[in-house]
Design a protein around this ligand. Structure first.
Ligand SMILES: CC(C)(COP(=O)(O)OP(=O)(O)OC[C@H]1O[C@@H](n2cnc3c(N)ncnc32)[C@H](O)[C@@H]1OP(=O)(O)O)[C@@H](O)C(=O)NCCC(=O)NCCS
Length: 183
């Protein structure tokens, strides 16, 4: 999809994204969020379904990944989706680039055959602009399942399926064990 004469918004699958673009994104992500060696690999139960890349002739401007997994919560299994690694190159922030990528990510999520979007973020005020709901009472747990830690960032959701809508209260009131890591 062409945005204007200078920018291109491209959505790749995990199989089709060129290695050079993957490397460029990785460098932008790691400058923002250095990663521990043990967390280098994507957990086996996550699928990275889309890489959304806004670029121009200087390279990648802004990026987000869409990730999916199954989540067991209060005797139910949900097909959940989220946005991971949303980032704009530091010299390109505050110019509407992130908005283009997150708008595309939101459209993909809304058109996905999943139960709900669920993720954490510390960027309060950002995802509300795209229709995601902050769940102020919700708690996401991660790490050791027998002694998990509460992940300190706010929880955001978009309830999509009738099943997820019907169990909304479970997400709001019962701590959600997400897995070893959050996305
Ligand atoms: C968050 C981030 C991706 C936004 O990208 P950006 O290109 O600067 O965003 P835009 O200029 O397109 O702004 C989009 C909208 O979000 C708002 N916004 C941008 N950053 C925000 C933030 N951190 N918190 C709340 N709102 C924010 C803008 O005001 C703008 O609103 P408007 O379009 O209604 O005026 C970018 O600041 C970034 O890479 N931050 C560091 C990495 C990070 O924290 N990522 C988020 C992980 S959840």
């Amino acid at each position: 999809m062409q945005i204007n004469l200078d920018q291109f918004l491209t959505t790749y699958s995990n199989e089709s994204i060129p290695q050079a673009i993957r490397d460029e994104i990785e460098a932008i992500l790691r400058a923002e969020w250095p990663i521990k060696l043990k967390d280098k690999n994507i957990p086996a139960d996550w699928d990275v379904t889309h890489h959304i890349v806004l670029s121009d002739n200087t390279g990648v401007l802004s990026y987000a990944a869409i990730v999916r997994k199954n989540l067991s919560h209060h005797s139910q299994t949900y097909n959940i989706i989220g946005i991971s690694g949303a980032i704009t190159r530091p010299d390109q922030r505050g110019k509407g680039n992130g908005r283009k990528v997150i708008t595309e990510a939101t459209n993909i999520i809304k058109n996905s055959n999943v139960d709900l979007a669920l993720f954490n973020t510390a960027q309060v005020g950002l995802y509300e602009k795209f229709g995601f709901e902050r769940l102020p009472e919700a708690k996401i747990l991660k790490g050791n399942p027998t002694n998990p830690e509460i992940y300190p960032e706010d929880v955001f959701a978009l309830f999509i399926s009738e099943k997820a809508k019907g169990h909304r209260k479970d997400f709001e009131t019962i701590p959600i064990y997400f897995g070893q890591r959050v996305w």
